[in-house]
Design a protein around this ligand. Structure first.
Ligand SMILES: [Zn+2]
Length: 183
C-alpha cells in the first residue's frame, strides 16, 4: 500500500513539473540558435585550406598509397605496354634539382620503347592518360603532370599547359612518357 502511494506521489510530481521541464527545453534550444548561425555563416572562401600532407612511401615498391592508387587506375584503364617507372633513388633533373621519384610520389608512364619518339597511336595514348589525370586531378591528389615538354598543375589550371625549357632528348623532354607527381 505504501509503495502504491509513493509511486502515485512521484507520478503526480512529474506531471506537475512537466510545464517547467518544457519551458526549460524551449529556452535551451533558443539559446543554441545563435551558435548554429555562426557555425554556418563562414563563406567557403574564408575557410582555411588544410590541404593534403605528403604521404610516406611503403612496401617493396617504395611508393605512397596515393601514388599506388593512381598508377593502378591508369594501368587498368589505358594499359601501359611499355611499362611504368616509379621509385628510383637517382632522380636528378637535367639542369639541377630533384624530382619526386625518390620520395615515392612520382611515376612515369612509358609510351614507347627505349627512348624512341612515340608513334601517333602511342602519342594518342599519352594524350588520353594526361587528359584523364587532369580531369581527375583534385580527386586523385595530383600535384603536377609533365607531357611533351609541358607542365600542368591543378593549382595553376587556368594557365593550361605551360611550356618547359629544353632538357635534352626525347625522354628528358617527356615526349616518350607521361610523368605524374602526387601530393
Ligand atoms: Zn618522372
Amino acid at each position: 500500500m505504501r509503495i502504491v502511494v509513493t509511486i502515485t506521489v512521484a507520478l503526480l510530481l512529474v506531471v506537475m513539473s512537466l510545464p517547467l521541464i518544457l519551458v526549460s527545453v524551449a529556452r535551451l534550444s533558443r539559446a543554441q540558435t545563435p551558435h548554429a548561425a555562426i557555425s554556418t555563416s563562414a563563406p567557403p572562401d574564408q575557410v582555411p585550406e588544410v590541404g593534403r600532407p605528403p604521404e610516406q612511401p611503403s612496401g617493396r615498391e617504395r611508393i605512397t598509397s596515393r601514388m599506388r592508387t593512381v598508377r593502378d587506375l591508369v594501368r587498368q584503364q589505358f594499359g601501359v605496354p611499355h611499362g611504368v617507372g616509379c621509385f628510383r633513388e637517382n632522380d636528378r633533373i637535367p639542369g639541377g634539382g630533384r624530382g619526386e621519384h625518390h620520395l615515392g610520389r612520382a611515376c612515369d608512364f612509358m609510351l614507347s620503347k627505349g627512348g624512341a619518339r612515340p608513334s601517333a597511336g602511342q602519342q594518342a595514348r599519352g594524350d588520353a592518360i594526361a587528359a584523364w589525370l587532369q580531369a581527375n586531378a583534385h580527386r586523385l591528389g595530383i600535384s603536377y603532370i609533365i607531357w611533351k615538354q609541358r607542365i600542368w598543375s591543378p593549382g595553376r589550371a587556368r594557365e593550361g599547359w605551360r611550356p618547359m625549357s629544353d632538357r635534352g632528348g626525347v625522354t628528358e623532354n617527356h615526349f616518350d612518357h607521361v610523368h605524374v607527381t602526387v601530393d
